[in-house]
Write a protein that binds this ligand. Structure first.
Ligand SMILES: Cc1cc2nc3c(=O)[nH]c(=O)nc-3n(C[C@H](O)[C@H](O)[C@H](O)COP(=O)(O)O)c2cc1C
Length: 333
């Protein structure tokens, strides 16, 4: 990277090469947020934007959203397919068909082993990035033929798993054990993070929360502003007692869920379901009523203090990482 005379902003890694993108930065799938507005803005900035399949109410709506996103960018973008326990059953097979028949070239899978869908994805020549929170799951994904994994550390927004291992351990382990490239995910927001991830063996970073707090993220300004004001202490781990841990913003609803989970005896999901229903999260993002439900947010909110465009953000991260590599790190030698 340093040995040639390339101008700035052209950091090449296995991730940029495999995904056909300019910068080694990916926007992770985000329920209710991964719509064409954000996805196209991230891709137009030279990173990889990802539409979230289940944000769309039906497989047909997903096909329409993919077409809408194509109108907004001619750069590569992906679709996230999250397979998690849901209150309402989801026709996953039909969503997969919509993805494949739309000609999508990159899929991010998450939540569960993507094995059932791998033959279909592979026969369509799709590049599969599997997001996982442990080395054993990353190795499993590699053995199933996934092209890349996104290693989501304990810091991350959403589902960090139950192992509680942070990226300072997970990433070097991934570098030692995996032969496929991996993205560092969870806790990344700036150039320091990107340089550190590359140093630890990742070929790029995946960010959720940081892209949530951008001009183009299709959510209410109040939610963005709340995250700008928040510190790294303002997240909570809910659903621990159900072994389905989720890191969310610590609002009054998250506090109520924690109080119910702290009561003696087994937590009954029925007791908390009405407060945490997915639809309430969507309504919260639309209305800006910060105590209407829960929303995923990572500890990285402690590093977020503005609401840039995706282009400003991506350029800033890349420039900062390059400066650290060229100056601070090189000067140490
Ligand atoms: C609002 C929000 C919604 C998310 N929804 C999903 C989702 O539906 N599927 C998924 O695989 N990951 C989801 N994630 C996780 C992100 O894709 C990513 O893995 C995570 O945010 C990385 O951690 P970071 O927030 O510290 O960058 C979500 C994250 C956020 C902030």
């Amino acid at each position: 990277m340093l040995g040639d005379n390339r101008p700035g902003g052209q950091m090449k890694t296995r991730v940029t090469q495999m995904l056909g993108i300019e910068h080694p930065i990916v926007q992770g799938g985000m329920q209710w947020v991964g719509r064409a507005e954000l996805t196209s803005a991230v891709s137009n900035a030279g990173a990889l934007g990802i539409l979230t399949a289940l944000t769309q109410p039906t497989p047909e709506a997903l096909s329409a959203e993919i077409a809408r996103c194509r109108e907004m960018t001619d750069k590569p973008f992906a679709v996230n397919l999250t397979i998690l326990p849901t209150i309402k059953p989801v026709p996953y097979g039909e969503y997969v068909d919509a993805i494949v028949s739309s000609g999508i070239r990159i899929v991010e899978t998450a939540g569960r082993n993507p094995e059932p869908w791998m033959p279909l994805f592979k026969s369509a020549g799709i590049t599969v990035i599997h997001k996982c929170t442990s080395i054993r799951h990353a190795l499993k994904a590699q053995s199933l033929g996934c092209d890349m994994v996104s290693v989501d550390g304990f810091e991350c927004a959403g589902h960090p798993g139950e192992d509680d291992v942070t990226n300072l351990i997970l990433l070097p382990l991934a570098a030692r054990r995996l032969s496929i490239p991996f993205l560092a995910s969870g806790g990344f927001a700036d150039g320091r993070g990107l340089a550190a991830a590359l140093a630890m063996g990742a070929d790029g970073i995946n960010m959720g929360t940081r892209f949530l707090v951008t001009k183009e993220a299709p959510i209410h300004e109040r939610v963005k502003q709340k995250m700008v004001e928040a510190s790294e202490l303002d997240t909570a781990l809910i659903f621990r007692t159900l072994r389905n841990t989720s890191r969310v913003f610590r609002n009054s609803v998250a506090e109520q869920v924690l109080a119910i989970e702290a009561q003696p005896g087994e937590t009954q999901f029925e007791d908390i379901a009405p407060m945490v229903k997915g639809v309430r999260g969507r309504e919260l993002f639309e209305s800006g009523d910060l105590d209407h439900g829960v929303w995923s947010a990572g500890m990285v909110i402690g590093l977020i203090d503005d609401i840039p465009t995706c282009k400003e953000l991506v350029e800033r991260i890349v420039a900062e990482a390059e400066q650290i590599i060229r100056e601070r790190l090189t000067n140490l030698l």
